[in-house]
Write a protein that binds this ligand. Sequence first.
Ligand SMILES: Cc1cc2nc3c(=O)[nH]c(=O)nc-3n(C[C@H](O)[C@H](O)[C@H](O)COP(=O)(O)OP(=O)(O)OC[C@H]3O[C@@H](n4cnc5c(N)ncnc54)[C@H](O)[C@@H]3O)c2cc1C
Length: 428
Amino acid sequence: MPDRYDVLVAGAGPAGLAAAQTAAAHGARVGLIDAQPRPGGQVWRHDVRREAPRAAREAFGKLRDVDVLASHSVVAVESSGLRVETPQGGRLISYGSLILATGARELLLPFSGWTLPGVTGAGGLQALAKQGWPVAGKRVVIAGSGPLLLAAADTLRKHGARVLGIYEQAPAAVVHAFARQLRHWPARAVQAIGLRLRLAGVPYRLGSFVRRAHGGDGVQRVDIETPTGTQALDCDLLAVGYGLVPNTELAQLLGCAMDYLGPHPHVSVDRLLRTSVGGVYAAGEAGGIGGLAVARLEGAMAGHVATGHSVAAHALLPQRDRERRFGALLSRHFALDPRLHALAEDSTLICRCEDVTLGELGGFTNARAAKLATRCGMGACQGRICGTALAELGRFPRDGARPPIFPARLATLAGLTTLPSDDAYRGS
Ligand SMILES: Cc1cc2nc3c(=O)[nH]c(=O)nc-3n(C[C@H](O)[C@H](O)[C@H](O)COP(=O)(O)OP(=O)(O)OC[C@H]3O[C@@H](n4cnc5c(N)ncnc54)[C@H](O)[C@@H]3O)c2cc1C
């Protein structure tokens, strides 16, 4: 495989796949990098039991002229390219243009019992099931916010789980107002109706959230706040996710400007998906949560622009803008209830990599000071979970990303030719 591409795409979800195939169709030499062993990203993650959806199969089939660099994690940025960790060791890959399609992750909020075995994110449990983790016959409670709860429930049922209920924090009046808006998006309405029909018989409770999980070696019971009081439910698995936040660490290492939706950054782009750094573009959820349709359209746009075909990108803008409006509608209607910010107690672990409780973070006013004194955010996830949760709770804003953004071998880091500034290392 070459070490230089005309267009390098980071992230092989729907946005990255569309970007790579579009750029390749214009004759560019394209590399498509992903940390996962197979392309597909989150929504098209490989399912050991089920065939991929038709759109995914079509997208995979169009990669003939693309170098797919699977199990490649970008861990750092150098002046001459991206430092990548692979199963065989570190590599430096350089590019003419770079398209960031790094997607999003779940927002997890701490509550008492959230670190018990058997408690996961909603999309997290969906991903585990797709990868073969046995859920058949397990009693599952799904909670949190947004349409991902329904998608996760659907997948888990297909894998044989007994979904006891879906608990959505948004109040009933707001969710019903959202449902009425779906008439303006007929394809989404059909999708939503299909999901609800497949989930017939599974209670969907609105204005409800998990206050506490109980158990010993694993979760056994959950306390759920509902509009009519607290309900206790016995279960084997609890899956809780409060929506998505963009993965911006790579863009931050590159020095790309950020925009903010509440406390969470997304990559700032212009109408043609150009970031503030020359030759670097961002497509899909890295540039703000928008869903599958936005990811595919923006991926194609970025592939056109990165290869000098801006007119073709312009032609997709009206459709992209319309899909982005749907994303904005979702985030307005599934805004989080402030009571969720007060679920964690002083004894609740916040940083599960380094065993730091909320109480231990009490005296600090910024993330860096807290990190230096407690190691909060210095574990394997590099603050992706705890740093994002603390920002959501209004404790500390996220501090910038520092290399390595994913775990890497010492030999890979030793191969870095452009060392990050002292400042970059001082905080990590
Ligand atoms: C856990 C989860 C489950 C979801 N399930 C559904 C669902 O069932 N239905 C649905 O409609 N939507 C789902 N979504 C929403 C979904 O993310 C979007 O609809 C869509 O997949 C976004 O596409 P994307 O290409 O922007 O990003 P993604 O699909 O998130 O793809 C981003 C890719 O970038 C890779 N990446 C990121 N950083 C690096 C790096 N430094 N080095 C190498 N690779 C990197 C990741 O491994 C990932 O494969 C889910 C989201 C999450 C987080």
